[in-house]
Design a protein around this ligand. Structure first.
Ligand code: SAM
Length: 290
């Protein structure tokens, strides 16, 4: 229990302000306070397998100070971004400054057309952050051949990045394990007393197929089969003695899938129609194994 943490302690000055540096569909920043009561007060290692914008991780670090953590997501561009902020921030900032200074429609589409595989890791990260902050609604969607295809958003002066926050994020990520992986990879290392938080693309009645377009939430390619596989992973982690928390939509299907588990509800404000016209309060499930 060398790394066990208590609920109230360590506030390390240079990391308290780290907040998500991306806009991300389904981001948990706004409802973190509602999730917190369902999280364990004490754990050894933290695993987050659908890290997205990292809202839960950053908030936990703000509250708890340092704890060993492993953050994974299957979006390779996203994980590259985390690594560049952690390891190459001094090179990343001038790239971001250049994007910000020269932002206009022509540049947006020129950068969007770039093939990330031909860029350095720093250039890829700067491209990803720039497109995320200037595209329509912060969406992440790729076409059949894996090319980012979201149109430009209508921001007159997009902020693109906050240097102080990126410095705080870099400090917080020091020593954190970052990996491109499917969620099932947590089974490689999670053990008794570890805390595993899963925030998958939510189940909806119409995403039970595997599509090619991937939104920020990954929704189109995460259907009923993947939700069943995730529940099997949760079963295995529970048998090992891990603390597991899963967020998902409050639907009959998800309630049935996790019938053996405790289910609580929280209220989130989400866009519920595809054109983003309305924000509504929806009930979401927080599933726990204890
Ligand atoms: C709802 S978002 C997570 C949001 C995050 N909690 C936040 O606060 O920003 C879901 C994430 O799951 C990732 N994802 C989709 N399918 C995955 C899979 N099979 N394995 C790992 N990550 C996956 C997506 O890339 C996306 O970042």
């Amino acid at each position: 229990m060398a790394h066990a943490i208590q609920a109230t302690h360590l506030r390390i000055q240079d990391i308290v302000d780290a907040t998500p540096f991306l806009k991300w569909a389904g981001g948990k920043n706004q409802i973190f306070d509602q999730l917190l009561p369902f999280f364990p007060n004490k754990f050894e290692n933290y695993f987050e397998a659908f890290v997205g914008s990292g809202a839960v991780f950053f908030n936990l670090r703000r509250l708890h100070g340092h704890f060993p953590a492993s953050l994974t997501d299957r979006n390779a561009e996203l994980i590259n971004c985390y690594k560049a902020i952690r390891d190459e921030l001094a090179k990343l900032i001038p790239n971001l400054e250049s994007h910000k200074r020269n932002h206009d429609e022509k540049r947006y589409y020129r950068i969007r057309e770039q093939d990330p595989s031909g860029l350095s890791s720093v250039e890829r990260a700067a491209r990803f952050i720039y497109l995320n902050k200037t595209c329509y609604n912060g969406l992440y969607r790729v076409n059949r051949s894996g090319k980012f295809n979201v149109p430009i958003g209508s921001y007159s002066n997009p902020s693109v990045f906050d240097e102080d926050n990126l410095a705080a994020v870099s400090a917080v990520l020091n020593g954190v394990k970052l990996r491109v992986a499917d969620f099932s990879a947590v089974l490689d290392s999670a053990k008794s007393n570890d805390f595993v938080y899963f925030d998958p693309p939510y189940y909806t009645e119409d995403n039970g197929f595997t599509g090619y377009a991937v939104s920020a939430s990954g929704a189109a390619s995460f259907g009923a089969d993947e939700h069943r596989q995730l529940r099997n992973v949760v079963d295995e982690l529970s048998d090992r003695g891990c603390h597991v928390v899963v967020s998902n939509s409050d639907t009959d299907y998800v309630r049935r899938l996790y019938r053996e588990y405790k289910k609580n509800t929280v209220k989130a404000r989400r866009y519920i129609n595809c054109n983003g016209a309305g924000r509504h309060q929806v009930s979401e499930l927080v599933i726990t194994n204890e």
